[in-house]
Write a protein that binds this ligand. Structure first.
Ligand code: A2P
Length: 312
């Protein structure tokens, strides 16, 4: 079967009224040089959505590539994320991110994980780290702070103009319910960015988020580092049928399910091919959906941060 591949141009509307391009570039695990080159080439190819995070350690090259691209700032959608050591002062953390990015505002600022870390063992203001306690384990704060308190601060950020929209990442249905039901909650998160691919289809979370007006964003759509999902026999078979690459099948499966999707690549050819969309038949979308029913669900990103129910 020969099909037509087009550059992605679809958008999704956030509960703020803003428009978010449905396909964006992920930048996790990109070195400085890789981040600069991949963001610049992505924007030149037509990407208008770049996803970053303070903890990725590459906001400076990401921001420089955005500025060097020559594309007007208001035509780009830029996200960054609040790290768990800075949940007690999100505005200060956002200011630091904006300084590194060299931008006046981000389009979306997300609480990166529903977890605050203790800051007692942080040295030299080195906040972009996972602090560890005496036992060598992550210093998770389960007593003095929580994501409800963080959200009370984060929901005030749009009024500063420094973040046009705010949201969360790695939030389960239960954690979202707790956030929405908290007495200090005044704002529904615009987005929830989560791991999402055929081995982790997140049906319940998608359904719940939709009912609340929260847009889902999929990270690690290829299975993260090393892209293990590209070896799935069903994905390979469907790719052969359409004459496309397995990565394109995985990305278009997400596109057709209607959420935002953020494949990461530092390889210029892949940055280009990952941006191509085509129509998968409903039958093939359903067939790919069945992979996790047959094999069981698999999560590739699960940090070892004890004492906190991140995923349930
Ligand atoms: P690279 O950056 O060298 O291209 P995910 O988006 O699920 O986090 O997956 C990222 C991983 O998938 C990275 O290892 C990335 O490597 C690889 N990758 C991205 N796009 C493709 C592609 N089209 N074909 C093969 N591997 C890819």
């Amino acid at each position: 079967m020969s099909i037509q591949l087009k550059n992605s141009s679809a958008t999704v509307k956030l509960n703020t009224g803003a428009i978010i391009p449905q396909l964006g570039l992920g930048t996790w695990r990109s070195s400085d040089e890789e981040a600069y080159n991949s963001v610049l080439s992505a924007i030149k190819l037509g990407y208008r959505h770049i996803d970053s995070a303070a903890i990725y350690g590459n906001e400076e090259p990401v921001g420089k590539a955005i500025r060097d691209s020559g594309v007007p700032r208001n035509e780009l959608f830029v996200t960054t994320k609040l790290w768990g050591t800075q949940q007690r002062n999100p505005e200060k953390a956002l200011d630091a991110s904006l300084k590194r990015l060299g931008l006046d505002y981000v389009d979306l600022y997300l609480i990166h994980w529903p977890i605050a870390f203790k800051t007692d063992n942080i040295k030299d203001d080195d906040y972009l780290t996972v602090p560890t306690g005496k036992d060598g384990k992550a210093d998770v704060d389960v007593k003095d702070w929580n994501f409800v308190k963080t959200w009370e601060l984060v929901q005030e950020l749009p009024a500063t103009g420094k973040a046009k929209a705010v949201g969360v990442s790695n939030f389960s249905v239960n954690n979202l319910k707790e956030l929405l039901a908290s007495p200090g909650n005044k704002l529904v998160p615009a987005c929830n960015q989560v791991e999402l691919h055929p081995l982790l289809p997140q049906d319940e979370l998608i359904e719940f988020s939709k009912s609340k007006g929260i847009v889902i964003e999929a990270y690690s759509p290829l299975g993260s580092n090393g892209s293990p999902l590209l070896k799935e026999p069903v994905i390979i078979e469907v790719a052969k049928k359409y004459g496309v690459e397995p990565a394109q099948v995985l990305i278009n499966w997400g596109i057709q399910r209607g959420y935002v999707i953020l494949p990461k690549s530092v390889n210029p050819k892949r940055v280009e091919s990952n941006f191509k969309v085509f129509d998968l038949s409903k039958e093939d979308v359903d067939r790919i959906h069945k992979i996790s029913k047959e094999q069981g669900v698999k999560r590739f990103v699960h940090p070892d941060w004890p004492s906190f129910p991140i995923f349930e």
